[in-house]
Design a protein around this ligand. Sequence first.
Ligand code: NAP
Length: 310
Amino acid sequence: MITVLFSARPELWDDYRDLLTEALAAEGLDARLTRESDPAEVDYIVFAPNGPVTDLAPYVNTKLVMGLWAGVEQIVDNETLTQPLARMVDPALTQGMVEWVTGHTMRHHLDLDAHVKGQDGVWRNMDYPPLAQDRPVTILGLGELGTACGQALAGLGFPVTGWSRSQKSVEGIRCLSGEDGLVAALTQAQIVILLLPQTPQTENTLDADALALLAPGAFVINPGRGPLIDDAGLLAALDSGQVAAATLDVFREEPLPADDPYWAHPKVTVTPHIASTTRAKTASTVVAQNIARVEAGKTALHLVDRRAGY
Ligand code: NAP
């Protein structure tokens, strides 16, 4: 029998206990799912950074730490982590992100706010909505989430450019990489969506110089991580009109302090890190399948490259 330790916020235990037990059984695994165990007896840890386990050193026989989060910046530098670490790639999390990104892209593209907020009795019937084909969109990060969002937006007719560390080839998306690729990806983009991981290399990717490359009046949508954006640079670009509006889901400090200028800025929409989340039903299947792979002597899926930081 294998022991699977669940280390996440206590509220999640109710969501996962039955679903994960069923998923482990469905993979044919004889498993004990528990929230407490002698560390030396733990074979697998289902892990969230805000759970009780922070020191992984005693887990000397653990074969895999299976993260419940897509982002790993809070665990990747943990010096007690010597076990392989897999991050969460959950089809429902991806679907949620596609819906959130598509919704906010369409909102800015169609200027829905003008009508939602502009119910003033004046009949302005000369301004028709633009077409997606005339609105270049750039997605920074072409991984699980960036690729899915890019394909959805391309399907709606937007000309989509994606940028990643290694060169990609994705149908319907103009794929760019490297420093030169970043300049080309941002130049004249009208909507920029950030879906990069938080690493030392990605910090301030969208700084004042990068923002200056965008088409005047561009929109910024950040469901990635707060440090991807130089906040002072974005606020200046909003004030100058270089950026028309920003929708921000993630911040350097979370919860975003009540006196942060983003809350009060008329061109900024703050959402409280809700763009998407791991869903217990699908994630339980992902966790069980990954454990089954390791039990069968295969390499786990979605392993984190700790040197790259994601
Ligand atoms: P992923 O599959 O690891 O994709 C990351 C992408 O970023 C890859 O295309 C990668 O390039 C690229 N990248 C990494 N470092 C780079 C660099 N220095 N220069 C250029 N490109 C770089 O991650 P994912 O599953 O799509 O998730 C992306 C991020 O979304 C997560 O890290 C997390 O921070 C965020 N997220 C937010 C929420 C929310 O609710 N707001 C929910 C889930 C996830 P390669 O393809 O070459 O490796």
